[in-house]
Design a protein around this ligand. Structure first.
Ligand SMILES: Nc1ncnc2c1ncn2[C@@H]1O[C@H](COP(=O)(O)OP(=O)(O)OP(=O)(O)O)[C@@H](O)[C@H]1O
Length: 568
């Protein structure tokens, strides 16, 4: 841009205010300032801004004659004005100080107007890009402004609002409240009159120089939000109910009070179990079938700080190995054909609580390696998942099999055994604590009375003697079965020996040569001892069928017939 070159003659008060103003204008370049007094204020300003100064204006006119467009005469002296007329080149205009001041006022006014316009446009853009509806009234309640969002939300065109009184169009709204009280309003729920839109408004008075000149309201459409909130509440309610059901399903039912037994070895097991519960260590429960391993697992969980968290039991022998992995660790959607949505595994379900791995001796060695990893890393990986999930779960495992033998045979991982065996609680079989039988029988009788609605009050001495003489291969579970049968058959309120003795299986542990057994009893015992030897998993059953030279299906039929499938 070409600049206008200006000389200033006279560096007093007038000259310096002109100089200061012109210094701010980009289109003007001051090429010289002169005053007979070189201490005059404008001379100082000129020196500070590297503008040449002169004590003789004629010298300045001569030196700068080729670079001057306008001369400002700020001395007010007639003599100077006369000289100027004579000396100035024709193409140069002379402006007197008054004219220059007038020009400065006009320029400033224009600048101010320009700024106001710029601010107004900026404000318009801001207000119209807001998602919230905005409405402004003057102090009398006349609507003077609405933004675009106001119309978008309410579908009310501007002409139906502008210049109308807010007291008529929306008498219950936030604006009227502000105008009436002079105080701001926050979070006022309302329905915009003229539309059915539910909004929440914030409104404030507009105060200029301490006086209310109007009010502004900003509101947000909450119709969608309310709908979503309603849905969310419904879902929350559902989740709450489901959580309740899950808690019922996953709560451990028994405590140490449910474990009946005064036998010193049994009491020692309880005392170790209590310590284990408090120490939050991994526990391995060993003992024959029916000795109460599951009961111990419940009791340990309920005695630990995890008692209000889930207790998840999984029978490793009852689920085929290929399914067991997904049961334990879950899977991601699409992990395999049929995985139509993500499934949470038992480990994740047990998070914060306890997982009880029953019949761990029947788990295949591949899966054993994965369990070992969980115990070491404290994280699991869902099938088809790409990142591990951290879990905080106490593991209690149980088995009626001899894991040391299994390690020798290569059927159980030694490293997993040592991980699980941090605390081994061995539960004695019932035949080693026969003195506990009367109390146990009494407790079981009470439980069964409740279940059956019968009122058996006593077990006869002879019946108790029979119970105590028996060797209980099926332990407490078998005792429960025998008593249940007796209670069902009992005609009086006492259980007599005739309801017990005939139903006790001849003892397979005693080598009683005089007894000639019925064939099916022999068959049952053979299968029972095979189950004891090989376990109850599918591969074990296949092996048993092979050894007995019968098909797997026949084995299953026999398990059913002799009610040996209670573990499945
Ligand atoms: N000490 C006990 N006091 C009271 N009831 C017991 C006791 N031990 C076992 N029971 C009862 O005996 C039954 C079998 O117990 P549990 O299922 O805990 O045995 P388990 O050792 O886990 O058997 P399995 O190895 O076959 O799974 C359950 O009904 C349980 O309530």
């Amino acid at each position: 841009m070409k600049s206008i070159k200006v000389l200033i003659i006279g560096a007093g008060k007038g000259g310096s205010s002109i100089l200061r103003f012109f210094l701010k204008q980009k289109a003007i370049r001051i090429v010289g300032v002169s005053d007979i007094n070189l201490n005059a204020p404008a001379i100082k300003i000129a020196l500070e801004n590297n503008i040449p100064v002169f004590s003789d204006f004629k010298k300045m006119l001569f030196e700068k004659r080729n670079e001057t467009d306008v001369i400002i005469e700020a001395t007010g002296l007639l003599s100077v004005q006369e000289e100027l007329k004579r000396l100035k080149p024709n193409r140069v205009s002379v402006l007197e100080a008054e004219a220059a001041s007038l020009m400065m006022t006009i320029i400033e006014e224009n600048l101010h107007l320009y700024k106001v316009k710029e601010t107004e446009e900026l404000l318009q853009t801001i207000l119209n890009s807001a998602q919230e509806g905005i409405q402004v009234v003057d102090k009398d309640g006349k609507i003077v402004y609405i933004n675009k969002a106001f119309t978008n939300i309410t579908k009310i065109p501007p002409e139906e609002r502008i210049n109308k009184s807010v007291f008529q169009v929306s008498p219950d709204g936030a604006l009227c409240e502000v105008l009436r009280t002079g105080k701001p309003v926050f979070g006022k729920p309302n329905i915009v009159k003229g539309s059915n839109i539910e909004v929440v408004s914030n409104a404030s008075p507009i105060i200029v120089n301490g006086k209310i000149t109007g009010a502004v309201v900003i509101f947000r459409d909450v119709t969608d939000m309310k709908r979503i909130l309603k849905k969310l509440n419904e879902r929350e309610e559902l989740i709450k109910n489901l959580k309740g059901s899950i808690n019922n399903l996953t709560a451990a039912k028994y405590t140490f009070d449910d474990l009946i037994g005064e036998n010193p070895v049994f009491k020692e097991s309880i005392s170790i179990a209590k310590k284990a519960a408090e120490a939050d260590t991994t526990v391995l429960l060993t003992g024959e079938s029916g000795t109460g391993k599951e009961l111990f697992a419940h009791a340990i969980h309920n005695y630990s700080f995890r008692k209000n968290k889930p207790f998840i039991r999984i029978n490793c022998a009852a689920i085929p190995p290929n399914l067991l992995e997904s049961e334990l660790f879950g899977y991601e959607k699409g992990a395999f054909t049929g995985a139509i949505e993500r499934k949470i595994g038992k480990f994740e379900l047990a998070d914060g609580g306890t997982i009880f791995l029953d019949e761990i001796g029947d788990m295949d060695t591949n899966l054993q390696a994965k369990i070992l990893r969980v115990l070491q890393e404290k994280e699991i990986e869902r099938l088809g998942g790409s990142k591990p999930v951290r879990i905080n779960v106490r593991v209690i495992a149980a088995t009626n099999r001899n894991l040391i033998d299994m390690i020798r045979q290569g059927n159980f991982r030694e490293d997993l055994f040592y991980r699980l065996n941090v605390l081994n609680i061995s539960i004695p079989p019932l035949r080693e604590r026969i003195n506990d039988i009367p109390k146990l029988a009494e407790r079981i009788m009470m439980k069964l009375n409740q279940k059956s609605g019968k009122k058996i009050v006593r077990i006869s001495n002879d019946a108790l003697k029979s119970l105590m003489a028996y060797s209980w291969p099926g332990n407490v579970r078998e005792l429960e079965n025998v008593l249940e049968r007796a209670i069902t058959l009992a005609d009086s309120d006492v259980i007599d020996d005739n309801l017990i003795r005939p139903y006790l299986k001849p003892d397979i542990h005693k080598n009683d040569e005089e007894d000639i057994l019925p064939l099916d009893e022999v068959e049952k015992r053979v299968i029972e001892s095979a189950l004891k030897k090989y376990g109850t998993s599918l591969p074990a059953k296949k092996k048993i069928a092979e050894k007995l030279n019968i098909s797997l299906a026949t084995l299953y039929n026999k398990l059913k017939k002799y009610r040996l499938n209670y573990k499945i």
